[in-house]
Design a protein around this ligand. Structure first.
Ligand code: PSV
Ligand code: MN
Length: 429
């Protein structure tokens, strides 16, 4: 296997941190023991946690005003996979990559799969793109794709999704994520009911082509690029579509795709109840679909989402097997640093949610002890599990401090020497 970061460097970095991490881990263990938690059991559970990295996340993002390229940006999917391998090498909780087509299109998928394996990663859900036009594409998605009024455009969009399934099969994926930008910018522009019927009709054709062990993840988003109405604007439309299509169709929750202050953890609980939770695109936001680093703005919300997920797992909720993926855009940070930090933040929230004293919480809920119910969640959220996460990483060959080890490795500088600068560009790529 190709290890992009020198393993000796990681070992030295960890050796320097070991005494401090071990002491902190022991102290945390004592603290948790007083709360009846066995840190070894917790550690084994958290060590199994994994979140996928989006292939499009390792490149520098931008806004609709400008994009300021970073150094040593990946030139193609092979470079992107290499960067994802670096992330996984250092954090050890990102074993898969979620690819996006046609952005990640290649002529030889066997070669791509081998390249991924060589870099220590596999593939998660494949994403289709009918929200932008590609070079040489016969028909435009300007006025929609799967829901377009023209049957020819719909057929083209369906065909692209079928191609994504075929590519996914070669890469070892088990799910197709469908997000469309279809909608309207003006009242009257489109007929709401007919548009939704066309969505179902197109997706039926995609659904029917899914292998038996595959899932279809329907991703909703409130607005953008359509600013008046979006076809799959919220979890209501998404659930309706998933229920109409059948058991393989589920609803994917991208945290950024809701109005500010929406109670996302409650949406999660509803989707768990309906046995329709596909999984997540994790990110954070302050105003809209900001695509900021997970937990950078509202870590408590992320914790509350995981509180629902851990509760669902521990109570044996039916059909509960969510896929965890990051979906962020890094405009002003090194994408590798942001993705490593975000993956660890998501893992941290999972660990904290495991620390919720659920027996006590249920008792407080049932006796209407509101303050203590809230405090029970806060006790778990306030627990600093950093040494636990460090220990898990170090045991697995990752770095005690992934960002510090990455910076010390000089990887970005090496890439800058190999990968030519892309130069400034206007708007998002
Ligand atoms: C749309 O905003 C989205 O969240 C979808 O998941 C896309 O596939 C992704 O971002 C990249 O544009
Ligand atoms: Mn998304």
């Amino acid at each position: 296997m190709t290890q992009q970061i020198n393993t000796g460097l990681i070992a030295d970095h960890n050796a320097q941190a070991a005494a401090r991490v071990n002491l902190d881990y022991e102290t945390l263990g004592e603290q948790l023991a007083r709360r009846g938690v066995d840190i070894a059991v917790l550690k084994a559970d958290v060590a199994k946690f994994a979140v996928a990295v989006p292939s499009w996340g390792v490149g520098t993002g931008g806004t609709r005003f400008a994009r300021f390229p970073g150094l040593g940006e990946p030139r193609h999917v092979f470079d992107k996979i290499q960067d994802c391998g670096v992330i996984q090498q250092l954090v050890r909780c990102t074993p898969t990559v979620s690819p996006h087509f046609p952005w990640d299109k290649v002529s030889d998928y066997k070669e791509l799969r081998q390249h991924a394996e060589a870099n220590g990663v596999g593939f998660d859900a494949v994403n289709s793109n009918t929200f932008s036009d590609q070079k040489d594409q016969p028909l435009s998605y300007k006025f929609g794709s799967l829901t377009h009024a023209d049957a020819g455009v719909r057929a083209q969009a369906v065909a692209h999704n079928l191609e994504c399934i075929e590519i996914g099969k070669q890469l070892g994926s088990k799910a197709l994520t469908v997000w469309i930008g279809d909608g309207a910018n003006f009242p009257g522009q489109s007929h709401f009911r007919r548009q939704f019927e066309r969505y179902l009709d197109s997706n039926r054709q995609i659904y029917d082509a899914l292998p038996a062990d595959w899932r279809m993840f329907l991703e909703h988003k409130m607005f953008e690029p359509a600013f008046y109405a979006t076809v799959i604007q919220d979890w209501g439309s998404s659930l309706l579509a998933a229920q109409t299509l059948g058991p393989k169709a589920r609803c994917l929750v991208d945290l950024g795709h809701h109005a500010p202050n929406t109670n996302i953890e409650m949406i999660v609980a509803r989707l768990v109840h309906a046995q329709k939770l596909a999984g997540f695109h994790f990110n954070d936001s302050k105003y809209g679909d900001d695509d900021l680093d997970s937990g950078s703005i509202n870590p408590f919300q992320l914790f509350l989402v995981f509180n629902e997920l851990v509760d669902a797992a521990q109570t044996g909720a039916a059909e509960f097997d969510p896929a965890y993926m990051l979906d962020q855009s890094h405009n002003v940070t090194d994408p590798i640093e942001s993705l490593m930090t975000s993956a660890v933040t998501v893992q941290r929230c999972y660990a904290q949610a495991l620390l919720v004293d659920r027996k006590a919480l249920t008792a407080y809920q049932d006796s209407n002890d509101v303050l203590m119910a809230a405090q029970t969640l806060k006790q778990a959220f306030h627990t600093d599990v950093t040494p636990l996460l460090q220990k898990i990483r170090m045991d697995a060959g990752g770095a005690a401090d992934p960002v510090a080890a990455y910076r010390a490795s000089g990887y970005r500088k090496q890439m800058a020497a190999i990968r030519p600068a892309s130069g400034p560009s206007s708007g998002i790529v």
